[in-house]
Design a protein around this ligand. Structure first.
Ligand SMILES: [Zn+2]
Length: 469
C-alpha cells in the first residue's frame, strides 16, 4: 500500500493535546504526512512548531476568513516572514465564508487578496476555504490568475496545468469544480464525501464526474469526521475512509486513489515523493506493461516528454524492459483481468517483445490487450496482424480524429499516410483480433457523437471515449 497524505488537518487545535499519539494512529493507517494549516497568527505559529517537531508534518500559514478582521499590516508581514520556513508549504487557510460572516465580507475579500499576493510573491500555493461565497471567490481567483500567478516548477518534470492551490473541503457544484480545476486549483475532498446515501449527494455526483488527477484527500480534522466516525473528533487516521469512498465513486481501487491523491499532494505542496518509474503498473485489476517511451507520433496532448505519469504511476523509464523482465513482473497472468501493452510510447515499435510476452500470457491462461496508435504496419514495414493472431485478445486504437488533416496536426504526423494506414489497420484487425475498440481523447472541440457514429458505422468497431487524464 502506498502512503496517504492528509492535506488539511488542524493538529494545532486544542482538540489534539497529544499530537504524537494522533500521528501514531495515523501512521498505523498508512497516513504518513499531514499538512497543518493555521487560521490566525498564533495557530500558524503552532503549525510551524508541529512541523519542526514531527518529520511527517508540514505547515500552512495564514488568516482564515473568520479571523480576517484580526489581520493587519504587521500580522500579514509576519505571515509572509513565516512562509520562508522550509516546512511551510502553503499560505492557508485563507478565503471567504459568507455563512457566518464572522468578519465583514469586504474585510474578508481584502485580507484574502492580500494573502494571495503574499503567496504569489513567496511562490507558494494557497489552501482556500470557501463557504457560500462561490461567486466572489471565483471572481477573485479569475482575476488573480490572469494577473501573473505562476509558481516555480519545483520538481524535475513539466506540468500540464500550473497548480496554484486547493479549494479545501470542496462542497460546491460541478460547474464550480470545472472552473476551479481549469484555473489550476485542486479539490480537497473531506469526510463530507461519506455523508448521505452512496452516489446520491450533490458532492458525490461531482466527485464521480471529475478526474481524480484533481483530488487531494483531507480530513479537515477536528471537524467533519467521515462515516463511520461521524460526530466524533476527526483525525488524520480517518483518511482511508475518504479515499475508499472516492474510489467507490470513481470505479477505481482505494490503492489507485491513494496513489493518485498522494502524488497530487507531492505536485502541489512538495510533500512526499515522486514514485519510481515502473515497467509494469496496476490500475484496477489490470496490469499495464510499459514497453517504451518511443513513439512514431508526437501528439499535442501527450505528456510522454513531460512528467509521463498515469494514475499516479511514473512511466518515465530510463531503459526499455526485456521480455524476461516483463514476464517476471506478470507472474501468473490469471491474477489480472488483462495484461495491457500500453505505456506512453507506441508498443508496436517493440513488436517482437509484444509477441513474446503475449505468447507467455496466452500459454498461461491470461488475457491480452494492445493499446496502439494503429501505425504498426508502417513502423514495421509489413502487415503485422497475422503475426499477432491468437496472441492478442483485444486492441484499442487511438482514432483521435475522423479528419486526416486534423489528425496529422494532432498527432504530429505530417506525411499524411498514417491516418489511412490506421483506418485500414482497424478494418483488417477484425479478421485477426476478437475485440477492437477505437478511442478518442477528450480534447476541446471534439464532436464525440459524430466520431462515435463514424467508428460504429464506417469502421464497424466499438467506440471508447477517453478523458484527457
Ligand atoms: Zn480548515
Amino acid at each position: 500500500m502506498t502512503y496517504l497524505v492528509d492535506t488539511h488537518s488542524h493538529l494545532n487545535h486544542d482538540k489534539f493535546p497529544d499530537v504524537s499519539e494522533t500521528l501514531e494512529r495515523a501512521a498505523a493507517e498508512g497516513v504518513e504526512y499531514v499538512l497543518v494549516p493555521g487560521w490566525d497568527l498564533p495557530s500558524s505559529e503552532k503549525a510551524v512548531e508541529l512541523a519542526e517537531r514531527f518529520r511527517g508534518v508540514y505547515a500552512a500559514v495564514g488568516y482564515h476568513p473568520h479571523d480576517a478582521s484580526k489581520a493587519d499590516d504587521s500580522s500579514l508581514r509576519q505571515i509572509a516572514d513565516m512562509s520562508s520556513h522550509e516546512k511551510v508549504v502553503a499560505i492557508g487557510e485563507i478565503g471567504l465564508d459568507y455563512h457566518y460572516n464572522l468578519s465583514p465580507p469586504e474585510t474578508q475579500k481584502r485580507i484574502f487578496e492580500a494573502q494571495i499576493e503574499i503567496a504569489k510573491s513567496v511562490k507558494l500555493p494557497v489552501s482556500i476555504h470557501n463557504r457560500e461565497s462561490d461567486q466572489d471567490l471565483m471572481e477573485i481567483l479569475d482575476r488573480q490568475v490572469r494577473n501573473e500567478w505562476v509558481l516555480p516548477r519545483r520538481f524535475d518534470y513539466q506540468i500540464r496545468l500550473q497548480p496554484r492551490g486547493v479549494l479545501h473541503s470542496f462542497n460546491s457544484g460541478y460547474d464550480m469544480a470545472r472552473r476551479a480545476t481549469g484555473l489550476g486549483f485542486y479539490l480537497g475532498i473531506s469526510g463530507m464525501i461519506t455523508f448521505g446515501k452512496s452516489g446520491e449527494s450533490d458532492l458525490q455526483k461531482v466527485v464521480a464526474s471529475i478526474e481524480p488527477e484533481f483530488f487531494l484527500a483531507e480530513t479537515d480534522a477536528p471537524y467533519l469526521a467521515p462515516v463511520p466516525h461521524r460526530g466524533k473528533t476527526n483525525e488524520p487516521a480517518f483518511v482511508p475512509h475518504i479515499v475508499a469512498k472516492i474510489a467507490e465513486l470513481q470505479g477505481l481501487t482505494a490503492e489507485d486513489i491513494g496513489r493518485i491523491t498522494s502524488y497530487n499532494a507531492y505536485k502541489l505542496f512538495g510533500i512526499g515523493e515522486k514514485p519510481a518509474p515502473k515497467i509494469a503498473y496496476q490500475i484496477r485489476d489490470s496490469l499495464y506493461l510499459n514497453l517504451t517511451l518511443r513513439c512514431d507520433a508526437d501528439c499535442i496532448f501527450c505528456d510522454r516528454k513531460g512528467e509521463a505519469m498515469v494514475k499516479g504511476h511514473n512511466l518515465h523509464i530510463e531503459k526499455e524492459p526485456t521480455s524476461e523482465e516483463l514476464i517476471r513482473e506478470i507472474g501468473d497472468p490469471k491474477q489480472f483481468k488483462e495484461i495491457v501493452f500500453c505505456g506512453y510510447g507506441e508498443p508496436t515499435i517493440r513488436l517482437e517483445i509484444v509477441k513474446k510476452v503475449a505468447r507467455y500470457v496466452k500459454e498461461n491462461g491470461g488475457m491480452t490487450r494492445l493499446d496502439t496508435d494503429g501505425h504498426g504496419n508502417i513502423i514495421n514495414h509489413r502487415d503485422i496482424l497475422p503475426e499477432v493472431k491468437g496472441l492478442i485478445d483485444a486492441v484499442s486504437i487511438s482514432l483521435n480524429s475522423t479528419d486526416p488533416a486534423e489528425y496529422a496536426k494532432l498527432m504530429g504526423t505530417p506525411n499524411g499516410k498514417q491516418w489511412e494506414s490506421m483506418i485500414e489497420f482497424a478494418r483488417e484487425a477484425k479478421d485477426y483480433i476478437p475485440r477492437i475498440y477505437m478511442s478518442v481523447v477528450g480534447v476541446d472541440g471534439l464532436d464525440v457523437e459524430s466520431t462515435k457514429e463514424f467508428v460504429e458505422k464506417k469502421i464497424g468497431t466499438e467506440f471508447r471515449f477517453r478523458p484527457l487524464f
